[in-house]
Design a protein around this ligand. Structure first.
Ligand code: PEP
Length: 260
């Protein structure tokens, strides 16, 4: 049995005051979801605030990115050790907004996948649980290249550390065309891709594949979460916009709890 995770990625949103309000609202309306995991990913500067608010609540927290380097002259980067200092459970790796917009820009796809594999190695060996984001761009989607894109990153990860290492990680299928667009993938489409990913890992290690949690991300809301989470290979969600609205986020958590 895979325990679903609902992960709220706040992206670059929030202030001390608005975060406090959002966390208070979530904490007053969230049930005791013992059967699912819930985690919040604030901007790095608010990790301390989130930790103080969530300590002892059973909700986890994590970062939106991690450096592939351990320490040194990398201005603006955040290391795995720093993240550990704030008791983070998780870190996102390879979110498409980083791939498309920031330091990961202009890299050849294979070099990019290699960089993500290095981040994964650094995070996992520091005791963090990486959530690796994978998904095709709108162009790749239109050209029918979804499986190719997914396989390229999965194979790079497996070549780096072996399939067994994936037992210490989660994957998030995040089709770029669905992120922040209001156009979620259909539950059938997402299920097919998730199943394909699981089967790819199973070729290397069946047990790891069976236990591997694969989240779906891309315009998940309170009104479509239940149909997505009802699919057998969808083990929760990575939620962007809707994680900034307490009621929506709590509804999504409820949907995950109903589909265990
Ligand atoms: C995300 O940021 O990972 C995401 C899926 O965003 P949204 O839910 O807003 O599409």
């Amino acid at each position: 049995m895979r325990k679903p995770l609902v992960a709220g990625n706040w992206k670059m949103n929030g202030t001390n005051a608005s975060n406090r309000q959002l966390l208070d609202d979530i904490l007053t309306s969230i049930d005791d979801f013992a059967d699912i995991d819930v985690a919040i990913f604030p901007p790095a500067v608010y990790i301390h605030q989130v930790r103080e608010a969530l300590k002892g609540t059973g909700i986890h927290w994590g970062t939106q990115n991690v450096s592939s380097y351990l320490e040194g002259p990398y201005t603006g980067e955040v290391s795995a050790a720093m993240i550990n200092d704030f008791n983070c459970e998780y870190t996102l790796i390879g979110h498409s907004e980083r791939r498309c917009l920031y330091d990961e820009l202009n890299l050849d796809q294979l070099v990019l996948d290699q960089l993500l594999a290095e981040k994964y190695e650094t995070a996992a060996s520091s005791g963090l649980t990486p959530i690796i984001c994978i998904g095709e761009s709108p162009q790749e989607h239109d050209q029918g290249q979804t499986e190719e894109v997914v396989v390229r990153l999965l194979d790079t990860l497996i070549a780096h550390q072996g399939a067994k290492a994936l037992s210490r990680t989660l994957l998030a299928y995040e089709p770029v065309w669905a992120i922040g667009t209001g156009k979620s993938a259909s539950p059938e489409w997402a299920q097919n891709v998730h199943q394909f990913m699981r089967e790819r890992v199973a070729k290397h290690d069946r047990k790891t594949a069976e236990n591997l949690r694969i989240l779906y991300g891309g315009s998940v809301k309170g009104n479509n979460a239940a149909s997505l989470f009802s699919k057998s290979d969808i083990d929760g969600g990575l939620i962007g916009g809707a994680s900034l609205i307490a009621d929506e986020f709590v509804n999504i958590c409820q949907a995950a709890a109903q589909h265990i």
